[in-house]
Design a protein around this ligand. Sequence first.
Ligand SMILES: [Zn+2]
Length: 343
Amino acid sequence: MKILVASALILVGSCSTLRHSEKIDNLKDSISYDDETMVNQYLNTIKTDELRAHVEEVSSDKYNGRMTGEEGHNQVCDYIRSYYKSQSIKAPESHPDYYQKVPKEVLPDDLNESQNIIAYIEGSEFPNEYLYISAHSDHEGIIDGEIYNGADDNGSGTAAVLEMAEAFSKAVKDGYRPRRSIVFLHVTAEEVGLHGSRYYTENPIFPLETTISTLNIDMIGRIDERHKDNENYVYVIGSDRMSTELHFIAQKANDTFTYLELDYTFNEENDVNRYYYRSDHYNFALKGVPVIFFFNGEHEDYTKPTDTADKINYPLLAKRTKLIFATAWYLANSDERLNPEII
Ligand SMILES: [Zn+2]
């Protein structure tokens, strides 16, 4: 009798395991691009020299390290906003100057008011469903007389968002508007405590209830010590925590277009670095939005005045940007909206 019970339990156990793996297989099989050639066409508009130009501009000495609330940061915000205007990418109707003011009262003591920047491309079929692509625009300013340029942190992410916006806008001009709306969000005050993204998620311009996902970028232009001998990687953090489908969409994008090693080391629940909690995507996750954080890990110039534009690996920055673009393309154009469930 005992033996019988034991074998029955084993049978139940293995059945449910099988069902789970079948579900995963079915999910993976359901993810496919309708037209890979078209995606490739717009992926190829993401150019190394254009990324370089954005990183060099954003991280140049004239902006004095882009401290939240200071003139240099305000000037960088104006550069970012001007780029959207030049590409005819719209501002939200409620914020026609692309800026959401982040008041002094919600920022740490001595900082002046600042702003998040929001531009968007309206979806053709599901305009009320939103995909966010985000990066913080601020950095650490001047410390002990030295300018902290923040080329990787986060000139790289800023440049990536601008290049993706340009690629999506080219597709629109060719008649291939995304089916869902895409919001390009440059948040302020990340370095001083994720304040810009917290303010945005508490005062969203586009509703978070119908937001399908946020893809956040913070440092994707360098290589960390662990990958000195294999630079073809990016850390992917958080992708499986709120939506199993999101995790496999990023994998599909990579398997189809970019062939990077997706490193999930820092996605471990018990990772001591706690990166999942340390950039702006986390404020979206707190509101129930499935997120992915793309990151290159720390390196010898991280949070130092030596994080300069000449040290960025631009071909690698382009490749990582293409991975995020291909992931975004799928999310914005899939027949069914992303399933926010863990399988
Ligand atoms: Zn950063």
